[in-house]
Write a protein of this length. Structure first.
Length: 256
């Protein structure tokens, strides 16, 4: 009887032991290499900054003239790099310089009137004169009133001794005359004191007015200086000139 060779009866092929020993190191190296590649890719993806849908933003600043005037010079061109506070455009400043000169002259005049420190001005001198005049008149008035009181006391005393021995009519007459004269003097000094008080009040009011006008003149001078400075149009930031739409000789308006 003959035997048939069935698949079950066939033996599986086996690697040669030597060949198997040579392949295992290759398999191990391949696994290590794949693992290292996977680790590198993972680190890259982890640290990579995606630029998908990224946008680049830039600040665009429009520069306007704060004052009206004709442009004298334009000191930059398109694509020039400028720094903050760098002069870009210069306006004709003759009128604004005249404003500064006028305001300065007015300020100096008022400053001279009010004076400063140990150098009193005209207004201060007039105030000091009014104060001194008031003090002198008030002192004279006080003295005249005191003299009048003494004279009146003397008249009263003489009248009490009128019917007594030793009375002299001429003494009474003299004392009465003196009272009349002192009364007139007091009356005159009282009027002068009222005028002195009025003059002092007027000078004090004038001094306050000059002081107020001086502060106003100072503010006007500062404003004129600011307007003069505004004729030099400067860059508010560092950056590049994107567009230049002005030229020398052009008349610009405020905020234009």
């Amino acid at each position: 009887m003959s035997e048939e060779n069935s698949p079950e009866n066939k033996s599986k092929p086996k690697l040669h032991p030597l060949l198997a020993k040579m392949l295992w190191p290759l398999v191990i190296l391949g696994a290590i290499g794949f693992g290292w590649f996977a680790y590198v890719e993972w680190q890259y993806e982890k640290n990579r900054i995606s630029t998908d849908n990224a946008q680049v933003e830039s600040l665009i600043v429009k520069i306007f003239s704060p004052e009206q005037g004709y442009i004298e010079t334009v000191d930059v061109n398109e694509n020039d790099y400028v720094t903050q506070d760098q002069a870009l455009v210069n306006l004709d400043n003759d009128y604004y310089q005249w404003e500064v000169d006028r305001a300065q002259a007015n300020f100096n005049l008022l400053q001279a009137k009010i004076g400063s420190g140990s150098d009193p001005g005209l207004s201060s001198a007039q105030l000091q004169s009014a104060e001194a005049n008031q003090q002198v008149i008030n002192a004279q008035l006080d003295q005249a009133r005191s003299d009048l009181t003494d004279a009146q006391d003397e008249v009263s005393d003489l009248e009490k001794r009128k019917d007594k021995p030793g009375f002299v009519q001429s003494d009474l007459t003299r004392a009465q005359t003196q009272v009349s004269e002192l009364e007139a003097k007091v009356n005159t000094l009282e009027k002068q004191a009222l005028l002195a008080d009025k003059q002092l009040v007027e000078e004090q009011a004038n001094q306050k007015l000059v002081g107020y006008n001086l502060n106003q003149a100072k503010a006007e001078l500062e404003q004129a200086k600011l307007r003069l400075a505004n004729t030099v149009i400067k860059s508010p930031i560092n950056g590049y000139v994107a567009q230049k739409n002005v030229s020398a000789g052009l008349l610009v308006q405020p905020s234009q």
